[in-house]
Design a protein. Structure first.
Lengths: 436, 558
């Protein structure tokens, strides 16, 4: 069932290799492709100490051979596919959750969702909604990593230290060696533990600014100050920051929607208004940190296939999108769905949520133990960039990169499992035709 | 071996000079063949009362890539309605001005189109563009890579790089992104906007690189000509939408110095500065110039009244128009020192003087052009209007009375004054077949598409002859893709995966060292990922056929 289409010339897919393979990292949405991995008994990261990548690789240590599992009992792949298909066939409205997969996986899951209808949401759906709702209500002004490297003279991280969830972020923003322009980094309300000047060696200055109240008040005041409006009792540090933003040639606002309190879309909207005003005189853009575990990819592929982003229901009646109603947690709590198909192919850190509903899990092999329980069909799947090829969309929603297997564990991909389920749930020519 | 006879239809096949003759078209294994009338076939269709044309080819339609997908996400209101579908083959997908890729494929095929080309593929976003097109069923597809605003190119121009090296770089870019051609958008202007320049005329210097749009256009046109790329440089000229921009449009034609160039959505670039509102039609000026310049072809980018969204790489102009958005939303992005993207929802209104005049200008250009082989029917989907408006547009071009009725509903100054009132021409079915099939195929170098000669691919649309051309072109009786029935009276009958057209050129691979050195220093991805290999293309484009077109230019200078 291999879908390997193009082998990385420096990689070996036939087991251990002495040579490190050049590699695209699937463990956060920055998709770093400047490191390599040595595939021996363990997977060793070469060229970086990124804790996220190291943890992702370590999750494959000592797994041995993991088999599918039906209701807690080990089963063959065929038997597990049969059981999963039976349960899907019996469901009236399944939720396809998790969706931690790549483009090919989403393509096949979309076909599967169309067989009998399903609601699709990502494990990070809640974190994605502020940025999505901001886009739907107001829009966005964005920039991308290469623009930041080559152009930014001021980076303002708002409500995030960036590196907790995206450890390589500042290394990816480093200007070209020898570039004479200076770039300053400011953390606004990033809390303790924001990187120091020593940790961003290329920055001309690294500063922290305390928020003026909560994040909503802080960005509102900053936006007003950038706009040049007179406000009572302006915060001195914010006023200075606003001046710096106005005099910067290219200011980058970094935000991380997952860290925002409820109604975080309002922060995004304020930042967009600020950026629109700033761009009337100088240049600026936002960089949104998010989309890990294939969230950007799942949302992108869902949007192009159906026309609507995640948190949509698809089926014979068409597509229906509702960012509030079709939230996984709410659907599960209210038993508005009657089956959970959970996809988590990158790490074991995304176990299926606790639910009494029947579950079908296409998961990282290290999830096997957690999924060995009555009512659950568990099918271990390959991870793009580890033991399968694939494609992922980067956090900026512009660049997508190929991922290549560094070893072969004989596991099926999410796409292969989903296609096998489609084949079981449909029959005859119509199914083949529909599988475009 | 499957054989089909399409019997007794009235055939319009301009590439072979066939103008409405009753004749049979026979198909074997996806190709058009000559069969003896007595030869037995597997299936015969009686096409009495029907018009037969090659499948439609849209050479400029924004169907795939990041900005289109952002527009989809941004406009859930465009996706509230789900069209009832009577074929189980159709997966759920919807949208009108920003349809999902699946819906895009179904709707084009239902209308008799069998190929569509994405005109604005960013090199940085090429994989996604190919993925989206690969998920657009039925249609063959391809894309033009956007060049002329990436810093590496502008830097090469600024340091006076040898034209042969520019040619090699363009050849490399086409190969790396698996493109069918090259498009330049607001030449140099997207980059200039990143340096905070707000306007860039054809002979004005880019504030940082000190090169002019004239230089950018000429360099790219020359490179393509030397590489032997069939599709002329696809040009979105400077000053889109600006009153008086006819000057920069004519200057852009001059910049070609006789080299092939295709000026796209030319309606948006044909504005004068006359009259009380300082906004007027320059259609006659434009057409006079284009008629006299055989190296120039155009597509129109007709506007259609109603809601749509404008999605463009031209961040300079899109940001300038952001406040005109309706509904008021804006997406803008600076992308990878490569290009940009701006998305502004827009509603064209009949009672707006400007919009009404834009509508009239587009039609004037169609109707004044002498040579239908050099003007292609487009709405610049979705920028002027959704591609589903094509049947309506065809009726406007073929039916003077209908056109007059529409004109009478517009802003009174336009209805009373527009040049369009005086233009009596009604296009024939033969001319429509040129503008929607034969000409785009020729301009793209597709020798076996857009025509019905023996040996051509059996991409065929069969329309029931009706006086109401809009109804006729909206729902063909039969549509065949590579000899397979894919739609029948609007019902989808099969959903094959379309193929990807791309060009393979000869260039000196030494240029790769230059690109690699640039990437190591400035890019955000590894050099090895800047190229899409053919195997990877196959995976991106969903396993569709790889329709490579190898071209040989004037030889490699080694």
């Amino acid at each position: 069932m291999s879908t390997t289409t193009e082998t990385n010339p420096t990689a070996s897919v036939s087991g251990a290799t002495a040579q490190p393979a050049s590699w695209t990292c699937p463990f956060c949405s920055l998709l770093c492709d400047g490191f390599s991995v040595r595939a021996g008994p363990a997977l060793e990261l070469i060229g970086s100490d990124c804790p996220r990548a190291c943890a992702g690789l370590a999750a494959f240590d000592g797994l041995g051979r993991v088999t599918p599992c039906v209701d807690g009992a080990s089963a063959s792949l065929e038997a597990a596919l049969d059981a999963a298909a039976d349960r899907l066939a019996a469901a009236h409205l399944p939720l396809f959750g998790g969706l931690a997969t790549d483009v090919q996986g989403m393509r096949a899951l979309y076909q599967l969702a169309n067989v009998g209808g399903a609601i699709l949401d990502h494990a990070h759906g809640e974190a994605m909604m502020p940025a999505l709702r901001m886009l739907q209500d107001r829009g966005q002004m964005f920039t991308t990593l290469a623009e930041i490297r080559n152009r930014a003279d001021l980076i303002v991280c708002i409500g995030t230290d960036a590196v907790s969830n995206f450890p390589e972020f500042f290394r990816r923003c480093a200007p070209p060696a020898g570039q004479d322009s200076a770039c300053r980094v400011v953390f606004l309300g990033a809390g303790e533990g924001a990187p120091t000047a020593a940790e961003i060696p290329w920055a001309s200055a690294v500063e922290s600014v305390r928020p003026a109240g909560d994040i909503f008040d802080t960005v509102a005041m900053l936006a007003a100050l950038v706009d040049g409006r007179r406000i009572p009792d302006p915060d001195g540090a914010l006023a200075a920051l606003a001046d710096a933003m106005r005099s910067a040639r290219y200011c980058v606002l970094v935000w991380e929607p997952a860290r925002l309190p409820p109604h975080g879309a309002l922060v995004g909207e304020t930042l967009l208004r600020l950026l629109m005003n700033l761009n009337r005189k100088t240049r600026a853009g936002a960089f949104t940190l998010g989309g890990n575990d294939g969230a950007q990819t799942a949302n992108g592929a869902m949007s192009w296939l159906s026309g609507l982003p995640l948190r949509s229901r698809v089926g014979p009646q068409g597509v229906d999108h509702d960012p509030l109603q079709y939230a996984s947690a709410r659907l599960l709590d209210e038993h508005a769905v009657d089956l959970l198909l959970w996809v988590a192919s990158f790490t074991p850190d995304l176990p299926p949520p606790q639910t009494a509903l029947p579950c079908v899990v296409l998961g990282h092999p290290a999830l096997a133990k957690a999924c060995a329980q009555p009512g659950t069909v568990f099918i271990p799947v390959a991870t793009p960039g580890i033991n399968a090829d694939g494609h992922l969309l980067r956090s900026d929603n512009v660049v997508s990169l190929p991922l290549y297997a560094v070893r072969d564990d004989g596991l099926p991909t999410v796409a292969e499992v989903a296609r096998a389920l489609v084949a079981r749930l449909t029959s005859g020519a119509a199914a083949k035709e529909g599988a475009q | 071996m499957t054989t089909i006879r399409l019997k007794g239809g009235r055939v319009y096949d301009p590439a072979n000079g066939v103008d409405g003759e009753i004749r049979d078209i026979c198909i074997r294994d996806g190709r058009i063949v000559a069969l003896h009338p007595q030869d037995k076939v597997d299936t015969e269709y009686d096409l009495a009362g029907c018009v037969v044309m090659a499948g439609g080819i849209d050479l400029h339609t924004h169907i795939g890539g990041g900005k289109v997908n952002l527009a989809r996400m941004m406009l859930p209101e465009d996706h509230r309605l789900n069209r009832p579908r009577d074929s189980l083959l159709e997966l759920a997908s919807n949208g009108c001005c920003t349809p999902g890729t699946l819906e895009t494929g179904y709707r084009y095929a239902q209308m008799g189109y069998t190929a569509a080309f994405e005109p604005a593929m960013l090199a940085a976003n090429a994989r996604q563009a190919h993925m989206e097109m690969g998920d657009t069923p039925i249609l063959d597809h391809g894309a033009y890579v956007m060049l002329g605003n990436e810093e590496i190119f502008l830097e090469m121009l600024a340091r006076g790089e040898d034209p042969q090296r520019i040619r090699d770089y363009v050849g490399w870019s086409i190969g790396a992104s698996k493109a069918m051609g090259v498009k330049v958008v607001n030449p140099g202007g997207i980059s200039a906007f990143k340096f905070n320049q707000r306007k860039l005329d054809v002979d004005e210097d880019h504030v940082h690189w000190q090169v002019t749009p004239r230089k950018v256009v000429h360099s790219l046109a020359r490179a393509l000509s030397e590489l032997g790329v069939p599709h002329p440089l696809h040009i979105h000229a400077s000053n889109l939408g600006v009153a008086g921009n006819i000057d920069s449009t004519l200057a852009t034609i001059d910049a070609l110095e006789g080299l092939p160039g295709h000026l796209t959505h030319i309606q948006f670039h044909s504005y004068g500065r006359e009259g009380p509102k300082k906004f007027s039609s320059a259609a006659r000026q434009l057409v006079e110039r284009v008629n006299a310049a055989p190296n120039v072809s155009i597509d129109v980018g007709q506007i259609i009244f109603g809601q749509t969204v404008t999605a463009s790489g031209d961040t300079m102009r899109q940001f300038a128009n952001a406040d005109l958005g309706s509904p008021r939303k804006y997406v803008g992005g600076d992308i990878e020192c490569d290009a940009g993207c701006g998305v502004v929802p827009f509603r064209y209104r009949e009672q707006s003087y400007v919009n009404a005049l834009q509508w009239a200008i587009g039609l004037e250009i169609f109707l004044l052009m002498d040579d239908p082989w050099r003007v292609v029917l487009t709405t610049d989907h979705p920028n002027g209007g959704p591609f589903t408006s094509y049947p309506h547009l065809i009726k406007l071009l073929m039916d003077k009375r209908f056109r007059d009725e529409q004109l009478a509903r517009l802003h009174p100054d336009v209805a009373a004054m527009a040049d369009l009132r005086e233009i009596r021409r009604e296009l024939s079915l033969y001319e429509i077949a040129i503008m929607t099939r034969a000409a785009p195929a020729r301009l793209l170098g597709l020798t076996d598409r857009g025509q019905l000669g023996v040996g051509a691919a059996a991409d065929i649309a069969v329309y029931r002859e009706e006086a109401d051309r809009e109804a006729m072109f909206a729902t063909p009786e039969y549509v065949f893709k590579d000899g397979r029935l894919v739609a029948r009276k609007g019902r989808i009958e099969a959903v094959p995966v379309g193929g990807t057209h791309f060009v393979e050129t000869d260039y000196d691979p030494a240029i790769e060292k230059t690109v690699e050195a640039y990437a190591d220093r400035h890019a955000s991805i590894s050099y090895r990922h800047m190229k899409i290999g053919t195997d990877e293309l196959c995976s991106c484009s969903n396993g569709g056929a790889l329709l490579a077109c190898k071209v040989h230019g004037r030889g490699r200078a080694l």
